[in-house]
Design a protein around this ligand. Structure first.
Ligand code: COA
Length: 415
């Protein structure tokens, strides 16, 4: 079966996490992704957080599947010649260098357009134009500057970053959409274009509901579904909401049987209005169905703490999976708090290819997250990440370099 992006060539100048997540997705959709790495060193993540000495880290392998790797010193004049050939022959250049690095290398957007007017140049940067545009940025900086940290955590604690890599992988996803959209537009115009996804912007996009709440707060002074209501004062900025639901249906994380010794014996419980009657029946509070203090969503808002602590009395008598099974019979929205261990062992995720076991020549078998986007006509086959420079000769030969020229480049340490 063919793949959606068969025939698309990506010059992958990405490193660390944000850019590589983007190009990995494109590779899963069938693009030929040529990852350019510094000769001798490679992507810094190859050596970071290693669990086996001398072997590419899981950090690297899990972000660089289905790519080819070439080493190239792009600051060397001979290396620049190779890069020019690559720019001529590829459709997209993706990079997430620190601001200005590509210009310093001699490859400004204007120069790239001269070399290949059909080229799409896609960049991740920490910030868009403005006071911080020259700053280097990592995941948690983006979470903080994009509004996520100030709105995450509990009211009586400091701002918190989340485990979901919304700054890096979240921005990579945004960039991938920008790239395929630019490819689509190029079909009509014949021209490439510049695509930018700033990490601050991507995080803010994912925190859209919090900017919604900022404006609700400014207008009304309170937000009745937040845990601060009705007992505490609201300030002038959206407060941290603990585990409150970000939507219109109140929710909270509740203890389940075994919570005293299992840190993940919890369930997320949503008191969705249409199933309020069923919730009351399950927990044995049938009088709440008609009691005016509990009967309507609005009446319930000042009593959410009482309601959730009563529901918790019930969930504490069940394991998270037992509770899930009972509640699902009544269409009550809920979800167990799954540990990474449970996720790694979950057969359904293996069956769909969301968790995949991959074999690697130096590390052996390891687990990775497969393509979360499933397409009926473009199936994903997860292939191991490349070793450093594994495809240098193959790619150079495809560019027209002969054996002697390749040897010369190797002797001069350009590759
Ligand atoms: N050959 C020769 N030089 C190369 C090269 C190659 N193949 N690939 C990269 N380099 C050079 C760059 O040109 C740059 O040189 P310069 O600073 O002299 O101009 C240098 O390597 C370092 O690149 P840089 O991007 O600055 O790496 P860093 O390790 O100092 O910073 C980040 C890392 C992530 C902080 C930075 O790249 C960044 O802010 N990126 C944008 C935001 C981002 O994606 N952050 C999330 C990362 S998960």
């Amino acid at each position: 079966m063919g793949k959606a992006l068969d025939g698309v060539k990506i010059l992958d100048f990405t490193h660390v996490q944000s850019g590589p997540t983007c190009t990995q997705l494109l590779a899963w959709f069938g693009a030929d992704v040529i990852k350019v790495e510094k000769a001798g060193e490679g992507d810094a993540t190859r050596g970071q957080l290693r669990d086996i000495d001398g072997v590419d880290s899981l950090y690297f392998t899990m972000l660089n599947h289905n790519k080819r790797s070439i080493t190239l010193d792009t600051k060397n004049p001979k290396g620049k010649e190779v890069l020019i050939e690559l720019i001529k022959q590829c459709d997209v250049l993706v990079e997430n260098f620190a601001p200005g690095a590509l210009d310093r290398m001699g490859f400004s957007w204007e120069r790239i357009q001269q070399i290949n007017p059909r080229m799409i140049m896609a960049s991740v940067k920490g910030f868009g134009p403005g006071p911080y545009e020259d700053c280097k940025v990592y995941e948690n900086v983006a979470q903080c500057a994009g509004g996520a940290a100030s709105t995450t955590g509990f009211d009586d604690g400091p701002p918190l970053v989340t485990g979901a890599q919304i700054g890096d992988s979240g921005t990579g996803l945004h960039l991938a959409l920008g790239i395929v959209t630019a490819l689509f537009q190029r079909e009509k115009t014949g021209r490439g274009q510049k695509v930018l996804a700033a990490m601050q912007d991507a995080v803010l996009n994912l925190c859209r509901v919090k900017l919604r709440d900022q404006q609700r707060l400014a207008r009304r002074g309170v937000m009745e579904e937040y845990p601060q209501y009705p007992d505490k004062e609201f300030g002038d900025a959206v407060p941290r909401a603990g585990n409150a639901s970000g939507g219109g249906q109140p929710g909270w994380i509740l203890k389940c049987k075994g919570w005293q010794h299992d840190p993940n014996a919890y369930i997320y419980f949503i008191t969705q209005a249409p199933v309020w009657g069923a919730i009351c029946k399950v927990i044995g509070e049938e009088s709440w169905i008609t009691d005016p203090s509990y009967a309507t969503p609005k009446a319930r808002l000042p009593h959410l703490k009482t309601i959730f602590s009563r529901i918790e009395e019930w969930t504490k008598t069940k394991t998270k999976f037992e509770a899930m099974e009972i509640l699902n019979k009544y269409d009550i929205p809920c979800g167990p708090i799954l540990s990474m261990k449970e996720i790694a062992e979950e057969p359904a995720l293996r069956a769909t290819g969301t968790v995949v076991e991959v074999d690697h020549p130096t590390r052996g078998k390891y687990l990775t997250v497969g393509n979360p986007i499933k397409m009926s006509d473009s199936e994903t086959e997860v292939k191991r990440s490349p070793l450093l420079g594994e495809h240098t000769e193959e790619v150079l030969a495809q560019l027209g370099y002969g054996k002697d020229q390749i040897e010369e480049l190797r002797a001069a340490k350009v590759i």
